[in-house]
Design a protein. Sequence first.
Length: 109
Amino acid sequence: MDKTCITTAFTLDGTKITKNLGVVRGVTVRSRSVFGNIGASFQTLFGGNISIYTQLCEKAREEAFQIMCDHADQMGANAIIGMRYDANEVMAGVTEVLAYGTAVHIEKI
């Protein structure tokens, strides 16, 4: 699937939706390692961006995004509209990241 055909909007300019294939999602659950927590603790002493956690969050979102795209490919979609992220803490130090949207088939106008 062409990543330019994934949008948070509910339409893609220059295309028409020919088929709605339903909701697609990608879920990943991540935890922080003991070493990551120690490194992040040192970073908090100096303030600013906690790069260890930023990298963890980015990796989790990318993984959830890719799983969502794979799900859409399996359904025969060539686009995803209304794409969103959500995250929930499952337990202390364990977070679920969800990427979801509506799989559709589009054609250029």
